[in-house]
Design a protein around this ligand. Structure first.
Ligand SMILES: [Fe+2]
Length: 203
């Protein structure tokens, strides 16, 4: 288990948002970002144990990294068996990479006449898969751990500090939004910077 992959991913994402940010080019960030995230989650050898602990119920949202300028963040979502989120939005671009287990993402869109939210596309993710979320294209969804007998873990990357923004949950029947701020579960972030073993190994 080595955190090196995560550190490299964060470096690559920092370069990416630094280059594309002047134009606020979301499409460019997400196009390259989903390849980087796909590479990260196709290897399950880097997530620290403390960030992977399956909760008794519901889900943990562990912040792995937030960019100093809040241009992006990386979060480990750890799902209890069968856990399900409310129907919600994000207010920023997002990418969901499946690391361990499996989850489903059911998209909703408002009925133009009644405003009620109607279910649409259902994406099923398995390890190595990445789903992209874009507010411009409609990002209201509900996520469920597809496994009812074990935990699942997905690594989420968002175009901001997702835990500290006002966003919404929705009443599906009426489409009524309700403000919420999700926060994070962990109080401490993993140490990305103790590279001493690597340096000692160099002769
Ligand atoms: Fe979401």
């Amino acid at each position: 288990m080595s955190i090196d992959r995560l550190r490299r991913f964060i470096g690559d994402m920092t370069s990416l948002v630094g280059g594309a940010w002047q134009d606020k080019d979301e499409a460019a960030i997400v196009e390259v970002g989903q390849k980087l995230l796909g590479e990260l989650v196709s290897h399950d050898d880097w997530l620290p144990e403390s960030m992977a602990k399956v909760p008794a119920h519901g889900y943990a949202q562990n912040l792995l990294w937030c960019d100093p300028f809040e241009r992006f963040c990386v979060v480990s979502f750890v799902w209890a068996p069968g856990a399900v989120t409310p129907v919600h939005d994000h207010q920023m671009w997002g990418m969901v990479g499946m690391l361990r287990g499996s989850e489903t993402s059911l998209h909703f869109a408002p009925d133009p006449e009644t405003g009620a939210l109607k279910p649409g596309v259902l994406n099923a993710l398995k390890p190595g898969d990445v789903e992209v979320l874009s507010p411009a294209e409609g990002d209201i969804h509900q996520v469920t751990n597809a496994l009812t007998d074990q935990g699942s873990i997905s690594i989420h990357v968002y175009g901001g500090n997702i835990g500290a923004v006002r966003r919404h949950t929705f009443d599906v029947k009426t489409g009524e939004p309700k403000l919420f701020v999700s926060g994070y579960t962990n109080k401490e972030q993993p140490n990305l910077w103790d590279r001493s073993a690597e340096v000692r190994a160099q002769s």
